[in-house]
Structure formats: structure tokens, C-alpha cells
Design a protein around this ligand. Structure first.
Ligand code: SF4
Length: 79
């Protein structure tokens, strides 16, 4: 799965949301997250993010962000 990381905080772009083929982005007040069970790992959103906030969870050190994405995707609205 892909995960949204700290560069997304207060970012106002939603280019990632527009390109996601399975609509698996969820939105909080100042941050977006990706639902890890819905992401199909297509990778399309990563280069679209102007803040370079989206990364594959295969990158080392992203465990914290993966768990943040999973937790908030359950409670925030889908966009
Ligand atoms: Fe959506 Fe693909 Fe990005 Fe996953 S990798 S969030 S499916 S655009």
C-alpha cells in the first residue's frame, strides 16, 4: 500500500485524490490518508503529489505513518 506522510499536513492540493482509480483517500481537517485495505498499489498518486508526501510502505521507517493512515481512514470521510 501507499501511505501519506507529514509533508501532506496543511497541503491544499488534492491532485492525488483526482487520479486514484479506487477512491481510497480519506480527509481530515489538515491532512489526507490512504486506506491501506483499499489501495491497490497502482502508484499513480505518488508522482502527482506536489508535496512529495506519498510513499510506498516498502520504504523503510514508514511504520508510524502506515498506522496513522490505517487509523484515520476508519474515521474520516472518503473523498
Ligand atoms: Fe490510489 Fe493507486 Fe495511490 Fe493506492 S497507489 S492511493 S490505489 S492512486
Amino acid at each position: 500500500t501507499y501511505v501519506v506522510t507529514d509533508n501532506c499536513i496543511k497541503c491544499k492540493y488534492t491532485d492525488c485524490v483526482s487520479v486514484c482509480p479506487v477512491d481510497c483517500f480519506y480527509e481530515g481537517e489538515n491532512f489526507l490518508v490512504i486506506h491501506p485495505d483499499e489501495c491497490i498499489d497502482c502508484g499513480v498518486c505518488e508522482p502527482e503529489c506536489p508535496a512529495e508526501a506519498i510513499k510506498p510502505d516498502t520504504e523503510p521507517g514508514l511504520e508510524k505513518w502506515l498506522s496513522i493512515n490505517a487509523d484515520y481512514a476508519k474515521v474520516w470521510p472518503n473523498i
